[in-house]
Design a protein around this ligand. Sequence first.
Ligand code: CA
Ligand code: CA
Ligand code: CA
Ligand code: CA
Length: 538
Amino acid sequence: MKIKVFFFVLSCFFSVLFSFAYADDLSYENKQTEKFFDKRIRRYVDVAKGELLVKYKDLISIQSINTFNSQNNLKIVRTLSNKKIKLLKIADESKNSSLKDIVDAYNKNPLIEYAEPNFALYKLSVTPNDPYYYEQWGLPLIHANDGWDITKGNSDVIIAVVDSGIDFTHEDLQDKVWINPIEGSAGNKNNGIDDDGNGYIDDWEGWDFFASDNDPSDLDGHGTHVSGIAAAVTNNGKGVAGVSWNSKIMVVRVLNFRGMGFVDITADGVRYAADNGAKVINMSLGSYSFVDSMNEAVQYAYNKGCVLVAAAGNDGDPTVEYPASYENVIGVGSIGPDNNRSSFSTYNESVDVCAPGGDGGSSNSGNILSTYKGNAYAYSYGTSMSTPFVSGLASLIFAQNSTWANSQVINKIVSSADDLGTAGWDPYYGSGKINVYAALSFGSSSTQESTTKTIYAYPNPYTAGSSSGVVFEGLSGDERISIYTLSGNLVTSTTLTGGASWTWNGKNSSGAWVTRGIYIYFIGGSGVKKIGKIAIID
Ligand SMILES: [Ca+2]
Ligand SMILES: [Ca+2]
Ligand SMILES: [Ca+2]
Ligand SMILES: [Ca+2]
């Protein structure tokens, strides 16, 4: 009994407070809303309860305004900066006035230019409802949540994950798998016929290049983890969020149950992705050797319009890894939650940008949570994890700009990155941390296609000890150049501090002449990745 009395007193108090509030000014912090059916968009929206914005025509008398307002149970509470517009509110809330009827009545009055409810607005930053999203520090770190206001991707943009396959039964991935439209249609799925004539029989959900069959299920877990980072089913109330909510994942299995593969099938896998409609190819894998057949497959896919993204490596030193070091591949380094380079992240000319890859620590919280085989979720770290963040971003840019060339997408990713480390491009962070929001904010503005830099190195072959050395021309003056042996040992390295040319004197970093043979040079810089061979002869 006492409790009821208490509530009665309290409600009286509040009603007094509210009437006072809107009579004086409007209490915006506590303003109530009601639902209003907006005929123009045919849906219910939130509007301020009992409020109306009215624009009066010129030469209307204050008397006629007041008369019409009181006939409709309204009173003026505020004049907007545009003095012709008044905010009106229901004067006596005990009378049952319908906002819809009031709006209609005011719009029919010839003295009134227009009348409309005081529509509510909401902040537009997107927080997906996936329960583990709050563990996914990597997504806000690259401003993915802000970027999702602009686009959440498009199912026409396919990301090929060239990896260990995928867990097709995973609750947070199964709806995202690319289905080959011809092989996947009824009757064609497992009929033993190569219905689309692409050379792979019944490849309706990707291909297993390791086992040469049509079941690229993940026996390792790596490919499932990578796939979830790029494009897990997002905002489904389950598991994790992916960078691209709507892209499809093409499953290309080239790594076995231990996460090991070979370049022959990987090269075929990259070509398969390019030939079957992938726009983005994620390669969270690498080896130390330059392989012509693999490089040719990468360039083939690039020339078909794909954006290729590869992990820089987990050696924590400048050791060169491929495919990240091939030309036209976005090489990705790793950062931890503090924006510092992960200690394991390879630093060299291959690094174009960096993305979250974990701190490599023993506590999970600094590492990357994603989907895992067995319909599970797991933490992992490595530049393998950084790479699909960039692939996801590439797919969002393609979704926003469907006519763009791959070079424009690459340019946008690099040019919108947040610089880290020393100013400008550097071998630790590349051009910086990817920024999804920045990449999409001005995404539709025209972007220059990356100018293909022509850099010459001559004479080549070079006779050791002759003339002045091997001259590199066509440089911008801020690049880093490294010379390696064919087996990957660093001979010498320099970071330019100006000048359009640089000369290698044919000596190693200790000042000794190198022996005859083939050497590989790498040139890295902002939007620049050049690789070439120099022959040293006696
Ligand atoms: Ca086929
Ligand atoms: Ca078939
Ligand atoms: Ca999810
Ligand atoms: Ca930098």
